[in-house]
Design a protein around this ligand. Sequence first.
Ligand code: PHE
Length: 339
Amino acid sequence: MKDKLNAVKSAAIEKIQSAASTAELNELRVQYLGKKSELQGLLKQMGGLSPEERPVMGQLVNSARAKIENVLEKALADIKNKEREIALQKEKIDVTMNGKAAPIGSRHPLSLVTEEVENIFLGMGFQIATGPEVELDYYNFEALNIPKGHPARDSQDTFYISENVVLRSQTSPVQIRVMEETPPPIRIISPGRVYRSDAVDATHSPLFHQIEGLVVDKGMTMADLKGILLEFAKRLYGEDTRIRLRPHHFPFTEPSAEIDVSCFACKGEGCPICKGEGWIEILGAGMVHPRVLKNGGIDPDVYSGFAFGVGVERLAMFKYAVDDMRLFYENDVRFLNQF
Ligand code: PHE
């Protein structure tokens, strides 16, 4: 019986130690430790032993059983570890591998220029105001001292939605809207889209962008206008930039001026960019007409102000040496990627 026991024990241990999976080990557990196992069979045969032999044999069977259990638990733990290691190996992620490159877009040149102008004026204490693109005739014209039948309406070929509603042809209506709502001092710029019924060519588009400026306070003069716009020109085109004011006419400013900057490319010498002039026109401006202040609810005997308007496309064309405005709207990525 002892020999049989030892044979079973060593066979069990050998098989357990060479098992390759938890499933195999579970089968071996049933085979060697289960109810129908050989060990169990040996215990049943103990009835035939003498009373002295019985406890000795019982002890031997029990210790063999304990030994097998021990080896099995250890093998089970080893295999589980190994299986885990294999799983980890398989699921390993190489964090140093190159990702798929997502194409990076770029800012639109008109957005870049608008933002640059905004930042210059924000730096001088201005705030940003906006107004609607579908605008009342009253704000776009009437309140700006351009009554119906006024010849100035002809210079801004306007899209009419109805008799009294237009697509705004300039950002100047925001002046009135701001004055109506804000007591002076006022210091705002207002960037946005404007619309004119122009045929498309290298310098015209039915939709373009302007940035309006308005300052209203006590004692504002033409000198303040000139100072602010000179500072703007210097920050935009460089410290050595000069400006000049040419007399002009706008119905909503009096006096009015067009403002040129010295050509940033040739510094005023004359070159192809400024068409040999040495100067580039970038702004319309003037002292806010007393009637316009009144229309905005502001007393022109107490307050005065100045306003200006700049075309974003024009600024961008000069800044980036773009000679055809249509490039800004065609959204050809080969063009847009250059900014
Ligand atoms: N609104 C004018 C234009 O579109 C520009 C301007 C703005 C002129 C403010 C003077 C003052 O031509």
